[in-house]
Design a protein around this ligand. Structure first.
Ligand code: GLU
Length: 301
């Protein structure tokens, strides 16, 4: 069966090199096996996402030659589908309201997972009623106390016990917005996605997504969590590194010059040479791709 993959950018700013790097690998993995590629604009967060950024993401992907076959519905238009999943979980008694603020969780010095996330201690799980004067609650999913493992294409075996390493996680925010975990899992299933290629920073969210897939009897995609692009001090590149966002890079490079550098950084090309997305497809193989995070600036001088 031909694979179905996706790009799932959040339109909260111009894409930066790290986003392009993940998109390139998602593209090459699918195209090299004749599969189908979906584009999903993850515009869940109304405070951070803007239509003009979504348009810029599409124009940039087009300019790069990273073409997709089909666009999935905007997440901002999928509330009913997420609500249906949410109600199903609530009817099964797997959801409860949580009145804790981020500040109170920090103050209570809840245990932290190895990646710095707060492990939710279950404070509100057995509340019988809302505390007096409480604001609107977030909604959390009760997670099981057992190990969930995946065999990641790049990062190898990865195991988490959600109860120990994550705690009950939010599936609907206090402002009513469905959480990324629920929305992305629901959309991957709706699109029949069989392969997810994305940044290594999202690996710790994956066991939660797998748990949701299990609850709904959805298939589990194959995962490839790709290395992060970092600076010399080991810090992950972000939107702050404006010189490496696509606005700045498009002024310095043509699309083949930019893709050639990223493919060289990834290990797909042994040395720098300009290359189109199509040309890279014919030489792509996951076995060439680096596993460790990549200090990116040297590839751009
Ligand atoms: N929207 C996320 C991002 O832009 C990606 C989520 C995913 O690929 O599951 O970082």
């Amino acid at each position: 069966m031909k694979p179905i993959g996706r790009f799932a950018p959040s339109p909260s700013g111009r894409m930066h090199t790290g986003n392009v790097f993940s998109a390139l690998l998602a593209y090459l993995s699918i195209r090299s096996r004749g599969g189908t590629l979906l584009l999903r604009i993850e515009d869940l967060d109304p405070d951070r996402c803007r239509t003009e950024y979504a348009d810029a993401v599409k124009r940039d992907l087009d300019w790069l030659g990273l073409h997709w076959d089909r666009e999935q519905a905007l997440q901002s238009t999928r509330t009913e589908a997420y609500a249906a999943c949410f109600e199903d979980l609530r009817e099964r008694g797997l959801v409860y309201p949580c009145y804790c603020s981020r500040a109170s969780l920090h103050a209570a010095s809840a245990p932290h997972a190895s990646d710095g996330r707060i492990v939710y201690p279950g404070t509100c799980r057995s509340l019988q009623e809302a505390p007096a004067g409480a604001k609107k609650p977030a909604q959390r999913l009760i997670v099981p106390d057992r190990e969930i493992s995946l065999s990641d294409g790049l990062q190898g075996e990865y195991t988490e016990n959600l109860a120990r390493d994550c705690g009950d996680f939010i599936i609907r925010r206090a402002d009513g917005v469905y959480a990324y975990q629920l929305a992305a899992t629901c959309d991957d299933a709706a699109g029949g996605v069989t392969e997810v290629t994305r940044g290594r920073d999202i690996l710790p969210s994956t066991p939660g997504q797998i748990y949701l897939q299990e609850l709904f009897s959805w298939g589990r995609p194959h995962y490839n969590h790709v290395p992060l692009l970092i600076d010399e001090s080991g810090r992950r590149l972000s939107k702050r590194d404006g010189d490496l966002d696509l606005g700045a890079l498009r002024e310095r490079f043509t699309a083949p010059e930019l893709l050639g550098r990223l493919a060289w950084a990834a290990g797909i090309l042994p040395a720098y040479t300009p290359a189109t997305a199509e040309e890279l497809t014919s030489v792509f193989d996951w076995s060439k791709v680096r596993r460790k995070d990549i200090v990116i600036r040297p590839f751009f001088v």
